[in-house]
Design a protein around this ligand. Structure first.
Ligand code: PDD
Length: 288
């Protein structure tokens, strides 16, 4: 049994209870984060807490804690779950909802305290650095049907859940999304990179995609390693005709993709730029 955090207290996860009148439950009215830690060391802590602060501010919820307190809660969750998640690959989930109201009414209620929840779960080990050892992904491709504020890491994830499920139903690992103009935005739970002629590309940030922390760390790591990285829009054809396709997220780091919508990517094997990229990522990730 893992130990969770709820409104200031640490307790066994099964004992963590909230009211059904919580606006997170009724409206998906909240913000969340997933922070990876390896042997106790978090990756991108500053970026994750800054993005959470921006998300909370964007939806008018006061941030319940400063970043030092968030770090203390993260450290305590890692410590208290060290025995039950013995691999040391621990994801920390933080969730702040607007709180519990007495009635169901859409407008933001005044004077209610946010509900703050955190728990620990096992994530995959760090990605291997050799093409032979990494397990490549296959993905589906769908038009992005989500809302116009995908830069906010909202707990309202039904659109993402439906897109992800479409991939599961197609027997693949994820679903990459394109907008009404055919431009790739992101995937249902990851950001997207492609490689063409040695140039690494990822869509620039706007309201159509989450500003992924792994994406940001990877861009910085690639620049430091003198890999050619550009933030540019590309379309479905560019994706399918790319030499390499990768996904990025806190729980997957950089995951190579060898098949998109039943089209083979490049040679159908994990590419050599991915190998250089994952090495650059590992060399920098704990500094970010
Ligand atoms: N998913 N885009 C979407 C829609 C996401 O949900 C995520 C993260 C990302 C990558 O962001 P980051 O690198 O900061 O993890 C991009 C998390 C892990 C999740 O929902 O479980």
């Amino acid at each position: 049994m893992t130990i969770a955090f709820l409104n200031g207290e640490f307790l066994p996860l099964a004992e963590a209870k909230i009211s059904p009148m919580d606006r997170g439950f009724l409206f998906g009215d909240g913000i969340y984060e997933v922070i990876p830690t390896y042997l106790g060391k978090p990756v991108g802590f500053a970026g994750h807490t800054a993005r959470m602060a921006q998300g909370l501010s964007a939806i008018g919820i006061a941030n319940p804690y400063d970043s030092e307190t968030w770090r203390d809660i993260l450290n305590q969750l890692v410590d208290k779950n060290r025995d039950s998640i013995s691999s040391g690959n621990i994801g920390i989930y933080f969730h702040v909802s607007r709180g519990t109201d007495t009635k169901r009414f859409h407008a933001y209620p005044q004077n209610i305290a946010p509900t703050v929840f955190g728990f620990a779960f096992e994530i995959a080990p760090p990605q291997p650095t050799s093409r032979e050892d990494v397990k490549p992904f296959k993905v589906a491709l769908q038009e992005d049907k989500r809302w116009q504020r995908c830069h906010i890491k909202s707990t309202s994830l039904l659109g993402n859940v439906m897109h992800f499920q479409a991939g599961v139903d197609a027997g693949v690992n994820e679903t990459i999304l394109y907008n009404s103009e055919g431009l790739i935005t992101e995937a249902s739970s990851c950001n997207v990179f492609i490689v063409k002629d040695g140039v690494i590309m990822t869509p620039p940030l706007n309201h159509q995609l989450l500003p992924g922390i792994t994406r940001a760390i990877a861009i910085e790591a690639f620049s430091r390693a003198n890999l050619d990285i550009k933030e540019v829009w590309f379309n479905k054809e560019d994706l399918i005709n790319a030499d390499e396709v990768w996904l990025s997220s806190s729980s997957k780091e950089l995951a190579p993709v060898v098949e998109v919508d039943n089209h083979t990517i490049g040679t159908g094997k994990v590419g050599d730029v991915w190998e250089r990229a994952i090495k650059a990522y590992h060399a920098f990730k704990f500094e970010a």
